[in-house]
Design a protein around this ligand. Structure first.
Ligand SMILES: C[S@@+](CC[C@H](N)C(=O)[O-])C[C@H]1O[C@@H](n2cnc3c(N)ncnc32)[C@H](O)[C@@H]1O
Length: 266
């Protein structure tokens, strides 16, 4: 599976019992990064170019990436002129060569308010790239992130199209798209990155996601459903086939709603 993925909870079958996402991701992380670095990975072909496009010019900006993976995307943004970059990831599977200005912290995005390295700091851009599904209390997590935004700051958040999981489950269970899309039951599956690790996912809907943003005092400035470029379609028809079936990801640029309790750090 080449598309970057997010989930609510994960179970390591090697560990032989339920664990939180951090434990499963300490096993999964190297496999995920290997898959992501393939020349035909959807992260390379679709997701990162679209995320990069929405971030725009990062010259002189401070960045915080929550669930940053190995920190590679932040390293690239520093190369593009960002002033500083902090990455938080549960796995601790970080780049061995880190550029100046990059700070990588092994930590839990559910504990933003009690992370000493983040205390009192603000950021121009806060990223949740395929990691928001790990928030145990999504509204609270977004409120904590929102409080760390500078005055003109925004949050860039991406999630897998929930329709993708509904299509997969409908095929597996012999049910319909609607039954699975609106199902409230969580489900478990093994990732293509490492068959030994099973991920348990909470279902979600597009309206549910939008209501979470609203409840956290954020508004959607832009929403994008990125597609393969013409050239990538020709070069990687198997990826277009995948996209035709599963759609890919949703990307949201979120800004604090003025007038609601901002909680900005100044
Ligand atoms: C699908 S990967 C995405 C990585 C990266 N953001 C990207 O776009 O390539 C999800 C990441 O979330 C991290 N993660 C999972 N649960 C987490 C948690 N509770 N706190 C922080 N990071 C977490 C994983 O370790 C993994 O690196």
């Amino acid at each position: 599976m080449a598309v970057a993925d997010d989930s609510a909870k994960a179970t390591s079958s090697r560990a032989g019992g339920p664990a939180d996402s951090s434990q499963a991701w300490s096993e999964l992380a190297p496999d995920y990064e290997r898959a992501r670095s393939r020349e035909d990975s959807l992260d390379r072909l679709v997701e990162w170019p679209a995320q990069r496009d929405l971030l725009g010019d990062v010259t002189g900006l401070s960045l915080l990436d929550l669930g940053c993976g190995n920190g590679g995307k932040l390293a690239e943004l520093l190369g593009a002129g960002a002033a500083s970059a902090v990455g938080v990831d549960a796995s601790g599977n970080f780049l061995s060569a880190q550029p100046t200005g990059l700070e990588l912290i092994q930590g839990d995005l559910n504990e933003l308010d009690s992370m000493p390295s983040l205390a009192g700091r603000t950021f121009d851009r806060i990223l949740f790239l395929q990691s928001f599904g790990y928030a145990k209390d999504p509204v609270q997590t977004l409120q904590s992130a929102r409080a760390m935004l500078t005055e003109d700051g925004f949050i860039l958040l991406t999630r897998t199209q929930p329709i993708r999981y509904a299509v997969e489950r409908a095929e597996q269970n012999g049910t319909s798209l609607g039954e699975e899309y609106f199902s409230k039951s969580s489900y478990t599956y093994r990732t293509g990155w490492n068959e030994q690790v099973a991920l348990t996912k909470r279902t979600y809907t597009i309206s549910g996601l939008m209501n979470v943003f609203s409840a956290a005092g954020l508004w959607i400035e832009t929403a994008v459903e990125p597609e393969l470029s013409e050239e990538a379609r020709r070069r990687y028809p198997h990826k277009q086939e995948w996209m035709n079936k599963y759609l890919g990801i949703l990307i949201f640029k979120l800004r604090p709603r003025r007038g609601s309790d901002s909680g900005h750090r100044r």
